[in-house]
Ligand binder design. Sequence first.
Ligand SMILES: [Cu+2]
Length: 638
Amino acid sequence: MSRAARALAPLLLALSVPAGAAGSAVPAALPAAASAPAGAVPFDPRSTDAAPCGRGLPAPGHAMPDLRPGAGGATLAVRQDGMRLCYVADGIADAPVLRARRGGELVLTLRNEITDPSRIEAAMAPGKLRIANEPVPASPGFYEVQPGMHHAATGATNLHVHGFAVPAVAPQDDVLTVCTDPASGSAGCGRREFTYRWRIPATMPEGLYWYHPHMHGEVQAQMLMGLAGAIVVEGPEHDARARAGVVERVLVVRQTQDQDAGRTPVRSMTAAAQAPAPAHGARAVPGHAIDTAHELLCTSNSGIDQISLNGTPVPVGDAPDESLARLEIDAGTRQYWQLLNAATDAFLSLSLQDERGRALPLQVVARDGSPLTDDAGHLLQPSPTTDALSVPPGGRLEFWAAAPPPGIKAALVTHAIDTGCAGDRLPERRLAVVVARGNAPARVTPAPAPAHAGGVRDAFSGLLARKVDRRRVIALAEYPRPGTDDQTDFYIAERRPGAVLRPYMMGDAPAITVRAGTTEEWVIENWTNELHTFHIHQLHFRVLEIDGQREAAPPLLDVVEVPYATATGLHSREGPVRPGRTRIRMTFPAALAGDIPFHCHLVDHEDNGMMAVLRIEKPGAPPRRAEAAPMAAMHHGQ
Ligand SMILES: [Cu+2]
């Protein structure tokens, strides 16, 4: 659950969302505005002084243009039009799909043209409560809970390349010290633009990655206002598909609203007062348990947040087909779809369904940029599935979609998801209509064989075969923020005796330090009434188990769900509350040494504290400088 970005609600209709700008100055084949309602402003993504983020909404099914920076790089400007922010390349305000090569360098200059940070603040300022929240009282046996605070929006922005196995060191993926200042307002970053040079390892899998701002405290606001885009790393598999004439589609789900206005806490099933933790002997023991008696309760949230597909709003409930993207596949063929969930907190659970609700098979190829492989790197080629495919915020899914049988109108559907009693409402929605074009052969031609049929080895191959050097338990918790701000404080902390729950602040020292080359197993525990996720920069991990269900083929991911807690009853042997648990294994390559953020990818949670830093130390290397200069100074100065 997150707080309302109420100011954004009226924006929705005016909001064009992501989509791409061409590498040339000409927008790539703007779709006919044929399906735009009469009277609507025609879509024009050209960025002008009068309309810095262009005009109108793209028609459903809009394909985002590509930007393929050459060796000299390209420039991506962040511009603002009132409550909208947009990525502009070559004069086109249509967040481009960045395209790069495996083993190549992606050079991009980010230029901050934000003119009015107060609008970002308006999107994130919490509502006021009539009755103040109380702090979580200190109780023997429980971890101390420190309150969070509001970070005022600065209008500074930066880029994170989500999923890239590149070091968290400037000019690569350093989100802790690199930022750019707005055209007016804060000058805490000391620069208006920054040139990123991401050196994509030859072993990094080709596939779907993405970019978004990572200014702690205002990530959600900047993303809701328009900032997120896809990155496709190309290589031999893409080349083979191109040679075979396969149609590829990049599908970006974004979120344009996060409304929790008027939510009213109600009795929580997991908020039963917890019996004091059993003390070992009579002496006082340091805190060793999570207080669930004071956590965020169940909430009644009447709103359903707006999401979009490639820039056009996804309707809720029955809606005419014309309001949806119409994705056509030549009869008897299949297409390669790369789907990014860039929503700020909406989970997806995807199926292709016919009109009677029967699922048609989809063949998954990759998740989170990683082809499905076993630990040795051999490609797994699971059969096409009719199971719903889960894509949490930040996650990606690449799959083959075959043309539906002749005469069948199918829909790409995201199913309703239970996010827990304090989570957001996520009803079933149709994202797109999917139909065959032309007359069908009864059988669909097979997908081309993978170019790397023998397998692919990346920085994380062999992870499961390694000895586990250390095991940790990481807890997720959340409590209403003390005072009259209608806000929640979020926490991620390693459980050890005497641990303190403290929301992340820019400049905080690393919470965990590991030596390069070591391997760890983490159990992420969710002690709250809502679904969370775990994401770590730079690294992919194997998911071993979720709530006791072992993964038969542990997937290699960079973001994973952590189920909500359940009430077990006061007399249960395991206590009144059992946390949701996700068990993962990670290794820390020396090539990725640096300070690596890990956090929940419901970005409001990250903004409000559910983030920490892991330091990978190179063996024998002198310790890195601990302070994170410009941004730390900026935030602490508030
Ligand atoms: Cu979360």
